[in-house]
Write a protein that binds this ligand. Structure first.
Ligand code: COA
Length: 369
């Protein structure tokens, strides 16, 4: 496989009251073209990741909105897979490049969530859960079920959940694009407002606006970051239909495919951006990706094994938890952030993991030099 990330851009993740959805798209396109330093005409096609602009902003048809930023109107399509939209847009772009139909493509993820109230946002996000079997549940409530299960089965503790949050807010402190630059203690997390027991406010990723973009190309390039492998896993939409609430089978399947394609194993990976929409989600992710044994990740994270100087660095951007989670942008941000680390020579083998809903969809990408 010969696909490189020849441009990457991440806009500031925050509540962006001064910017519209179109402003964010323009910023993403201009930012990534400036980084790639290529003629805009060389973009053959566009893949736009977005979960719910129709509901958040009364604007669907985002492919057209991104395409019109270019004088030659490249073919464009929107990809939706709940919070995994960005990861799925990457997979679609990679498959298009591998087919040989296109040589250079733009993948842009965007979400503008703060134009509606908090309760409307929760209801819009909940459309990614099973309407028939989980009606009335919010995502914090669904992940609370997974957290309670994990705590009962594996002995995961309140303090261990908090340690994920403390670590990711610490990582975000050094990321200028992150939504939060605030350090928290274990006690701060454990005493924050209850959202859905056992998950508290600080266990949750926030509501965010943001854009991220990458340009992928199969043409020769001096850029370093290469796609080494990718995988896509699916599972039942409703938690009630799952065999085992202690794991996300979609993540396991996606990881297996990606590692096989990359001809690498978990011990080769130095750093990973994983889908920590809630503290428990990071614990599940690093177990299901195979970085830690099932039931052992929470203790390992609490002991510092998932940060600098540990076994692997998990979520150096701050993750969804502290960098922010503008849902359609998240999976693309993970790739842009990791590609930038590779360009700067900081790491050579990295992994991105993006989940839709409570684990019905998962996308994994492995990058390297
Ligand atoms: N992490 C850290 N701080 C947060 C935060 C978060 N997730 N969410 C809000 N805050 C902070 C705000 O900055 C604000 O701080 P300030 O008082 O210093 O300004 C304070 O907490 C209250 O913010 P507010 O906007 O009133 O929070 P809220 O109660 O409306 O929303 C949640 C908090 C947790 C309910 C909301 O962020 C949420 O629903 N998150 C989950 C999103 C989700 O489900 N995504 C999909 C995942 S699959």
């Amino acid at each position: 496989m010969n696909i490189k990330v020849i441009g990457n851009y991440i806009g500031k993740f925050a509540e962006l009251w001064e910017q519209s959805l179109t402003d964010l798209i323009k910023e993403g396109v201009e930012g990534v073209l400036a980084d790639a330093q290529i003629d805009p005409k060389s973009i053959d096609a566009i893949f736009v990741a977005n979960k719910a602009s129709g509901s958040f902003n009364n604007q669907r048809h985002l492919g057209a909105l991104v395409s019109e930023q270019f004088a030659h109107f490249p073919p464009a399509m929107r990809i939706e897979g709940a919070c995994a939209s960005g990861g799925l847009a990457m997979l679609a772009a990679e498959q298009a490049l591998l087919s040989g139909v296109y040589k250079t493509v733009l993948v842009l993820g965007v979400e503008k969530m703060t134009d509606v109230s908090g309760s409307e946002t929760a209801a819009i996000l909940a459309t990614a859960a099973s309407r028939e079997k989980e009606y009335g549940s919010t995502f914090p409530a669904l992940y609370a079920i997974l957290a309670n299960y994990h705590m009962n089965k594996y002995g995961t503790t309140r303090e261990q959940l908090s340690s994920v949050v403390v670590k990711n807010h610490l990582h975000a402190f050094d990321n200028p694009k992150a939504q939060f630059h605030k350090k928290f203690t274990l006690e701060d997390v454990a005493n924050s407002a209850m959202v859905a027991s056992p998950l508290r406010l600080l266990d949750c990723s926030p509501i965010s606006d943001g854009v991220a973009a990458v340009i992928l190309s199969s043409k020769p390039s001096s850029r370093k970051a290469k796609i080494l492998g990718f995988g896509h896993g699916q599972d039942t939409l409703a938690l009630a239909d799952r065999q085992d609430l202690g794991r996300l089978a979609a993540t396991e399947k996606a990881a297996k495919q990606a590692f096989l394609m990359a001809k690498l194993s978990q011990t080769d990976i130095q750093v990973a951006e994983v889908h920590d929409c809630f503290s428990i989600a990071e614990i599940l992710a690093v177990e299901d990706l195979g970085f830690f044994a099932k039931g052992k990740a929470a203790a390992a994270i609490a002991k510092g094994k998932a940060t600098y100087g540990g076994q692997i660095v998990i979520n150096p951007s701050g993750g969804l938890k502290a960098c922010g989670h503008p849902v359609g942008a998240t999976g693309v941000k993970q790739i842009a952030f990791l590609a930038n680390l590779i360009e700067k020579g900081k790491f050579e083998r990295v992994l991105a993991h993006n989940v839709g809903g409570s684990g019905a969809t998962a996308a994994v990408n492995i990058l390297g030099i």
